[in-house]
Design a protein around this ligand. Structure first.
Ligand code: JB2
Length: 222
């Protein structure tokens, strides 16, 4: 058991998920130093290592009340859930309902404009850029090396995967996933729950719920 976290003077954060994305998020948190990752919960704790970067895997999501009792106050959703954005939305909502506050994580090697707005629980990872007047909703991932240019509107639970480039004035609806290494042309509107495939180039608007792939990106036939 850990000590009572209030007594050790840290802003104690529970990490939801114990896979590859957790490793990246935990390192960002440890470097930033704003929140202290103190415990990991995972749906399948037996498949996880005992700890990730020294943060112990404590059990599954049913462990949250005990961790709150020990003094945990915050959470971060560290599940990438590529192509299944409803998973990250559900985890965010249940941790919030359990009484935890979302922790916003910014890797010290990310660049975030002072004129950008970042919603609660969002993660801006190493080498990412968020430019002026861009607004991020809650629980957004701006993953390693992704670029969000100026005046973008990014909805809740969106995941911008590593190395993606989103040009100025783009709007992306809640729960969408912009795949690794893809590009979005300036002024384009992408709807909610859209999946943009890896390496796609989006040059025109995309309706809600579509999967688009290729160059230029087109809806995938089901
Ligand atoms: O409901 C859940 C749940 N569902 C899956 N609650 C909790 N607490 N944990 C959950 N998980 C756990 O998330 C799985 O049991 C698993 O341990 C973890 C997902 O790990 P995985 O390594 O498969 O994916 P990831 O989401 O951490 O990373 C993916 O996305 C990243 C953005 C990978 O593709 C990475 O390569 C990528 N960089």
């Amino acid at each position: 058991m850990v000590e009572h976290l209030d007594e050790v003077g840290v802003t104690a954060c529970v990490v939801i998920g114990g896979g590859g994305h957790a490793l990246v998020v935990i390192e960002a948190m440890q470097l930033e130093g704003r929140f202290s990752p103190v415990a990991i919960v995972d749906a399948d704790p037996a498949s996880c290592p005992p700890d990730i970067l020294g943060v112990p895997v404590r059990g599954d999501d049913s462990t949250l009340p005990a961790l709150i009792e020990e003094g945990a106050t915050h959470f971060v959703v560290a599940v990438g859930a590529i192509g299944r954005p409803q998973v990250r939305r559900g985890l965010f909502e249940s941790a919030f309902a359990a009484g935890l506050t979302p922790a916003t994580v910014t890797h010290p090697g990310a660049i975030v404009s002072a004129h950008a707005t970042v919603g609660a629980g969002s993660q801006i990872l190493a080498g990412a850029v968020v430019n002026a007047r861009t607004r991020l909703g809650s629980n957004v991932i701006v993953n390693t090396g992704a670029v969000l240019e100026h005046d973008c509107q990014i909805g809740d639970h969106v995941h911008i995967a590593p190395g993606s480039a989103v040009a100025g004035g783009v709007a992306i609806g809640a729960g969408s996933h912009v795949g690794i290494g893809s590009s979005v042309k300036e002024g384009v509107t992408i709807g909610a729950s859209v999946v943009v495939g890896a390496g796609a180039v989006v040059v025109s608007d995309v309706d809600d719920g579509l999967v688009v792939t290729g160059v230029p990106a087109r809806p995938r036939k089901s």
